[in-house]
Design a binder for this molecule. Structure first.
Ligand SMILES: C[S@@+](CC[C@H](N)C(=O)[O-])C[C@H]1O[C@@H](n2cnc3c(N)ncnc32)[C@H](O)[C@@H]1O
Length: 199
C-alpha cells in the first residue's frame, strides 16, 4: 500500500480504481470510486464503504477527464486487452492528472512463484499474464502517458519476506524487476515542471 500511496501522491480528487475487486486498495487509499466487472467482488467492496460500479476497464462509464487520479493495481495482468484499459484510464483522467499502475514483475521471486502456480493450474494465477517493468512502462507510454515516478517494494525472496518489508519503498530506476511489487506513476500531458523527476 505504501508503494501505491507514494506513486499516487498528491491524491487529486476525484479518484478511481479500475479493477477494484473487493476494495482492499480503494479502502486503504481512500479512493472515491471503484470499477470492476466482477459483481460479487463489488459487493465486498461496497461493504468496505467503496463506491463501486460494475464496468469493464475497457469501456468506463465516465466522461472524458473526470478524474484527478486513476489507479490500476494488479489488474493489467488479468485483463485481456491491457492497452484498452490504459487508453480508457488516459481518457478519463484530466490533463495533469495521474495514472498509477501497480504490478508484480514477472522476473521477481514473487512473479516466478505466481507463474509456477499458474502453470500448475491455480484457478487465479493461471489467468494472469505477468510482465516486466519495462513492458508495462511501454504500455503506459503507448497510451500517451508520461511516466514520472517508479516505486518498488518487497525486495528479495518471497519465502523470506516479513511485514516490515512491506513498508520499505524505494524510488527506483525503471528496471526494478527483482522487486515483488512495483508502482509506476504517470501523468497525462505534462504541463508543469514541478513533478518528482527522481528515477
Ligand atoms: C488481482 S485483482 C486486484 C484487485 C485490487 N485492485 C487489488 O489490488 O487488491 C484483479 C481485478 O481485475 C479485475 N479485472 C480483470 N479484467 C478487467 C477488466 N477488463 N476491466 C476491469 N477490471 C478487470 C478482476 O475482476 C479483479 O477484480
Amino acid at each position: 500500500m505504501a508503494c501505491l500511496h507514494q506513486a499516487s501522491t498528491p491524491f487529486a480528487a476525484p479518484s478511481l480504481e479500475v479493477g477494484v475487486g473487493t476494495g482492499r486498495v480503494a479502502e486503504a487509499l481512500r479512493l472515491d470510486v471503484g470499477a470492476d466487472p466482477a459483481l460479487t467482488a463489488l459487493e465486498r467492496a461496497r461493504s468496505r464503504g467503496v463506491c463501486a460500479v460494475g464496468a469493464l476497464g475497457d469501456a468506463l462509464p465516465f466522461a472524458d477527464q473526470t478524474f484527478g487520479l486513476v489507479v490500476l493495481s494488479a489488474t493489467l495482468c488479468f485483463a485481456p486487452d491491457p492497452p484498452a484499459l490504459l487508453r480508457e484510464a488516459t481518457r478519463v483522467v484530466r490533463d495533469g492528472g495521474r495514472v498509477v499502475v501497480g504490478i508484480v514483475p514477472r522476473e521477481s521471486s514473487w512473479g516466478r512463484r505466481y507463474e509456477e502456480w499458474g502453470r500448475a493450474g491455480h484457478p487465479f494465477y493461471s489467468l494472469a499474464r505477468l510482465r516486466t517493468v519495462d513492458e508495462v512502462r511501454s504500455l503506459v507510454e503507448g497510451a500517451g502517458l508520461a511516466t514520472d515516478r517508479v516505486r518498488a517494494t518487497l525486495w528479495g525472496d518471497c519465502d523470506q519476506v516479513d511485514a516490515a518489508a512491506l513498508a520499505v519503498v524505494v524510488p527506483t530506476a525503471d528496471s526494478a524487476d527483482d522487486a515483488g511489487f512495483v508502482a509506476l506513476g504517470a501523468v497525462r500531458h505534462p504541463t508543469s515542471q514541478d513533478w518528482d523527476l527522481r528515477p
